[in-house]
Design a protein around this ligand. Sequence first.
Ligand SMILES: [Zn+2]
Length: 429
Amino acid sequence: MRRRTSLVDIPVDIPKELTDLSESFADVLLNIGSLYELQLKGDLPVGVENGIWREIPKRLGITEIPETQKDKFEEQIQTLEKGIFDLYPITVNCGESEMDLIIGKVFSSEGDSVSYYSGAAGLANNNYINVIDQFDSKLETLCQKLSVRSLDDGESIKDKAPEIKCLDVFSLAGGLDVSHKPICVFFSGGGPENISSLSNLTVFLNLYSARFRVLTMAIAKRYLSGFEIIEGLSDSEISKLLLIWLRGHDVGHFIGEDRLGDKMSEFDMDYMILHELKSDMIALYSFRLFSDDFLNNGLLEKIYYLSVAEMLRYIRRGNVLKHPDSASAYLAWCYFERSGAIKYDPGCGKFKIELLLFGDAVSEFSKELLSIFSEGDAERARELVKRFGNLQTTNENDPSPRDCSETLREVIKDTDIAHYIDYNFITDK
Ligand SMILES: [Zn+2]
């Protein structure tokens, strides 16, 4: 059984005035790629590392920059020279356009707690800022509906949740160019911060949407009854719905009291899984607040289908104990199946979403999770993670959870549908 990768074209229009800069950023990403390769081989002595790193400010320094941006650019290069904590963004504005380079180190998406040299370059995409703002404007209401206090230590959730920025990426390197391509990165923007509360979030929006169109749509088409409802979504609708989902998830991390964090380490896998699960449920719960707003005209129903299809994509990664977000999707799926909100129809070999039951299940599960966190009951927390059986992989050839249902196991195994995506960036018209 071999997992397949889908190669997809990603066209990005680079404004003429920023062509030289885009080439400079691409060169820097080659340096990042070399650092990553050497790091993987375990062959990166400090001298070599510093040597390659020093090439980066040098290369940036000889780039053509719009006059008004030169001072800021110089400052950014100097910061880079001093060394960086996690990831560092370099930003250049030109007219309506903005080009960003983000480089540094991020934790591997394969869960081995090593941080690898990584980088991305792209153009800012500001088309959806108002959607995020609209979402954030209802955070207070969301907390009221969930019966949790919205304010903690005088700070609002909006202030705690990371700041979102969207990029249309035209180049990736190192730890971001791996088989499971991340669709966003978190970073501190300066000093060391707590790993679970890094305050900047950059979303690779064009890649996120492409991944949905190529991988998730194929899964939905094969396994979700009623898939037609999302089949006709435009690219901009997909981007909008994915961003709403992501924002809901993001703020979900900060909603409700967390006494569990006093009892369990933030690196405890059970704790991490439940944190993702609470956020996933709060995101799903939040959508109903916008049914007369940006989720009108049937988009509410569509975002539920989109989310369920995405859950299947997360589950298909397998090896869920290595990926808290996949384990979260798996536990949510089991919960929905048990409550009848998702039913397998052996006749057509597809899963059906019962929307009314689905809404109820989301409410109940959100409240259960919020109470586990606010009570700080570690025993109850661990019981929940074990509720649907053993999460360990079944055997070498089967990455599904050991106690997974046979129907879901088939979905995970199905190699007719690609498991991975790779990008062919096209920047010249
Ligand atoms: Zn999360």
